[in-house]
Design a protein around this ligand. Structure first.
Ligand code: BGC
Length: 469
């Protein structure tokens, strides 16, 4: 089971989840600093990312982990408010630049390719105070921030992700209100935020394309999350349609405008429009792109960056009462097959990744695909010998192999989530996604490899599954 020569084996992290140093050296607050400091049990045990893995001061320890694994790629995110404390280029924090310069230089010196995410959920609080992603003004701020990053780091960084999981962000932060700013806007906020996120991404891609690409010769994309779905009753037309809608609402919602034609899928537009009508709205709750915007959005990704964690069965559920919400608009119910094992929300369905890859290859013209996240958590306390979790990862790698060899999917890179156990958003430190265990009680935050890390290192060394457990 040898992977194609040059296949990329990576691991990923995100600034707020690992860095700590939340107010060190002039960093401005992000929405996650505000949210966690407000308490109120919205995060497990009111935990915060104030210190997290301490990567702001312990980068060298992270680098040791990266070298121990033998990674070819390391994906990390920049903290927008560490670089631009109030979110704007009016004031630039040189210490923030120095921190990321060191990471990038150390990676390159060790032959590791950086994949850099500009924005992974941690909006500067100053921009949230002006309306955050519900406001169009943020698009311009994001574009200026992106230009600043391209011009500061783009001489060395060639693989960029503009925005991490716009779908999860829009849904959790602005529709359900579970992520900061913590205010629900059921059935409206998510669409509004998503609309601005897509436009912000497209603007940043154009900035790269027109101002930096010629000289820097890099690639820019956006990281999209999607679970895989299967119709609960494969013989039911209604369930089959529900499965299509489930993918349309979570993946194609972003991928179709960006990769195909600048506009949302028809099925999404028609469902939100008819539900909005039923609810007495004067127009659809889903905003529309102008013709000019469609042209601006179309074709703004140089590769397809996707995340896979899990799968669900889906069933058609009529929204008879006209309840407000995105799942309600899609008229789908998600639930697991009773035979699937799970850790938290992650039901282990290794074959789902092959199906998702095939779907993307078929729908999006066989693009170059990077898996920029893929993982399985362990509940705290987690055993260092995680052979069981490894068994799942091994099956996942087999599925990737089949996707490449049998389905001819153009998969080039796979990044595991995550390099380290870290701050898992509202679940705090109770959910451990790391290849390395981190002791959050110990001020030195020691990193210790799980069995999965040792096995992953073998995969990387052999460029395939030979010799693994
Ligand atoms: C996010 C990560 C998160 C992971 C596991 C992804 O949705 O990008 O930040 O930790 O999933 O939940």
């Amino acid at each position: 089971m040898a992977f194609p020569a040059g296949f990329g084996w990576g691991a990923a992290t995100a600034a707020y989840q690992v860095e700590g140093g939340w107010n060190a050296d002039g960093k401005g607050p992000s929405v996650w600093d505000t949210f966690t400091h407000q308490g109120g049990e919205r995060v497990f045990k009111n935990q915060t990312g104030d210190v997290a893995c301490g990567s702001y001061t312990l980068w060298e320890e992270d680098l040791k982990c990266i070298k121990q694994l033998g990674l070819t790629h390391y994906r990390f995110s920049l903290s927008w408010s560490r670089l631009l404390p109030d979110g704007t280029t009016g004031f630039i924090n040189q210490k923030g630049i120095a921190y990321y310069n060191k990471i990038i230089d150390d990676l390159l010196a060790n032959g590791v390719i950086p994949i850099v995410t500009l924005y992974h959920f941690d909006l500067p609080q100053a921009l949230e105070d002006q309306g955050g992603w519900l406001s169009e003004a943020v698009i311009d701020s994001f574009n200026k921030y992106a230009q600043f990053c391209f011009s500061t780091f783009g001489d060395r960084v060639k693989q960029w992700i503009t925005i991490n999981e716009p779908g999860i962000l829009a849904l959790f932060a602005y529709d359900l209100g579970m992520f900061p700013p913590g205010v629900p806007h059921f059935g409206t906020g998510g669409y509004q935020a998503a609309h601005n996120l897509i436009k912000a991404h497209a603007r940043a891609w154009h900035s790269y394309d027109s101002l930096f690409r010629k000289e820097q010769k890099g690639m820019v994309s956006i990281a999209l999350f999607s679970g895989w779905v299967e119709p609960a009753d494969p013989n039911s037309m209604a369930d089959q349609e529900a499965a299509k809608r489930a993918i349309a609402f979570q993946l194609d919602f972003f991928a179709k405008p960006i990769f195909i034609d600048g506009d949302y899928p028809e099925v999404v537009k028609s469902h939100v429009a008819s539900m909005s009508k039923k609810q007495g709205y004067p127009s659809s709750r889903l905003p529309e792109f102008t013709e000019e915007e469609k042209k601006m959005i179309k074709g703004t990704a140089d590769f397809f960056a996707m995340h896979y964690y899990t799968a669900r069965l889906v069933k058609y559920r009529e929204n008879e009462k006209g309840e407000l919400g995105i799942c309600q608009d899609a008229e789908v119910d998600f639930f697991p097959d009773p035979s699937w094992k799970s850790v938290d929300w992650v039901y282990m369905v290794p074959w789902g990744i092959r199906k998702l890859l095939k779907y993307i290859a078929d729908m999006y013209n066989n693009p170059v695909i990077y898996i920029t996240e893929l993982g399985l958590p362990q509940k705290d306390p987690a055993p260092l010998d995680d052979t069981q979790r490894w068994e799942y990862f091994r099956q996942i790698f087999q599925e990737l192999f089949k996707a490449i060899q049998l389905d001819k999917v153009n998969l080039k890179v796979c990044c595991m989530w995550s390099l380290l156990d870290n701050f898992e958003w509202t679940q705090g430190y109770s959910s451990r996604f790391g290849l390395f265990h981190v002791d959050f009680e110990d001020p030195a935050r020691p990193r210790v490899p799980y069995t999965s890390a040792k096995e992953y290192a073998k995969i990387i060394r052999n460029n395939g599954l030979e010799g693994c457990l």
